[in-house]
Design a protein around this ligand. Structure first.
Ligand SMILES: C[S@@+](CC[C@H](N)C(=O)[O-])C[C@H]1O[C@@H](n2cnc3c(N)ncnc32)[C@H](O)[C@@H]1O
Length: 347
């Protein structure tokens, strides 16, 4: 049946749901290519970051069994899958019940059947249970932390201050509480702690008080952004808009981390990582802010000191200038890696 083109005002679609070409890259390949070339990420998709570097570290090869702990749009997964056939298997996890289905369909259409790819809606905090399925451990584990572009860009998910929508911020909207509910039950001090500890927000006290006093009205992303702007309009007067944008981004990030209990899940994954890997197995973790990267660094360093890892990154691998130019979201990425020892340590 012929479908009417989506209607929008002006010459270009602006809203997420109006960008019908970007949502259908198979049909509008050349339009999507143009968007990619301009350094933007098409709506409803995600560009994998540090792909070459991840492949160099993980060295996926035919017959290997790997874990992609954060499937997202499946960009890294496609690259890994292409290298482990024939005979290999990739187990891919994501907590997001909405995007995981779309990604699985996309990967199945690309020809990756259930013999080579298993997709599970699951938190990577429970990855250890899956190591048994991999015959006692994985050859490699990848975790590309945080949120994907299609989650960020979808106003219905409430992840971004740029678009108005319900203030949700949950990776799995069917579990737990949305950020709007969390805000209602926190004191100004608790909010300040979240802003400080989860995103190093320098104006944490001012923002926390502003949110606390307006908490009942803060049900949408625009209302939260308004509370941050009101808190900082005085201190940031005359400063470039970038300062305000950074505080807005950090506020949304801090609440997202709290709503999804992201640091606990990450610590659980890192604690279990050596047990998830086969001897000689390889781990790569991509972080997007200091709170994540410091945890990855600490766990890998401790593993190295205890002798469970034979090597670990001494500093994070960063995206090249070219990659950051092509995809500005790569600029904050920090990739760390660790190699499990070949021989088991006897205690
Ligand atoms: C940066 S994206 C991954 C992008 C992916 N590497 C790609 O190439 O498309 C991060 C993904 O991890 C998922 N995620 C975040 N925390 C998670 C957790 N604790 N367990 C499982 N998935 C998680 C998010 O839902 C999101 O889809």
């Amino acid at each position: 049946m012929h479908k009417r083109r989506v209607r929008y005002r002006g010459t270009h679609p602006r809203r997420f749901e109006e960008k019908y070409k970007e949502h259908d890259p198979e049909k509008y390949g050349s339009d999507v290519e143009k968007i990619l070339k301009s350094g933007k990420t098409p709506a409803g998709s995600h560009r994998p970051i540090l792909v070459r570097e991840v492949l160099e570290i993980l060295r996926p090869g035919p017959g290997q069994i790997g874990l992609d702990a954060t499937l997202g749009f499946g960009g890294h997964a496609v690259e890994l899958l292409g290298r482990i056939v024939p005979g290999g298997r990739l187990l891919a996890l994501d907590v997001d019940p909405i995007e995981i289905e779309r990604t699985e369909q996309r990967l199945r259409k690309k020809g990756f059947g259930s013999d080579v790819l298993s997709v599970r809606r699951s938190n990577f905090a429970g990855a250890l249970k899956l190591a048994g399925e991999a015959g006692g451990g994985f050859d490699f584990v990848l975790a590309d932390l945080g949120v994907s572009s299609m989650q960020l860009d979808d106003p219905r998910r409430g992840f971004a201050f740029k678009y108005d929508g319900p203030l949700d911020l949950r990776l799995n909207p069917s579990r737990g509480q949305p950020a709007s509910a969390l805000i209602q039950r926190l004191s100004a001090e608790a909010l300040e702690k979240i802003l400080r500890e989860n995103s190093d927000e320098p104006h944490a006290a001012l923002i926390a008080r502003s949110i606390f006093f307006r908490r009942e009205e803060i049900q949408t992303t625009a209302a939260l952004a308004g509370a941050v702007r009101q808190a900082l309009s005085g201190v940031l007067k005359g400063m470039p808009e970038g300062e305000m944008t950074r505080s807005l981004r950090r506020t949304f990030q801090a609440l997202r981390i709290a709503v999804n209990d992201e640091f606990s899940a990450l610590e659980q994954l890192l604690r279990n990582m050596p047990l998830c890997l086969k001897p000689g197995g390889r781990a790569a973790v991509i972080s997007f802010h200091a709170g994540e990267d410091q945890r990855v660094e600490r766990f890998f360093k401790e593993g190295l000191e205890r002798g469970v890892y034979s090597q670990a990154a001494s500093s994070p691998v960063r995206a090249s200038h070219e990659e950051c130019y092509d995809n500005p979201r790569a600029a904050s990425a920090m990739l760390r890696w660790a190699l499990k020892r070949q021989e088991e340590i006897r205690s």
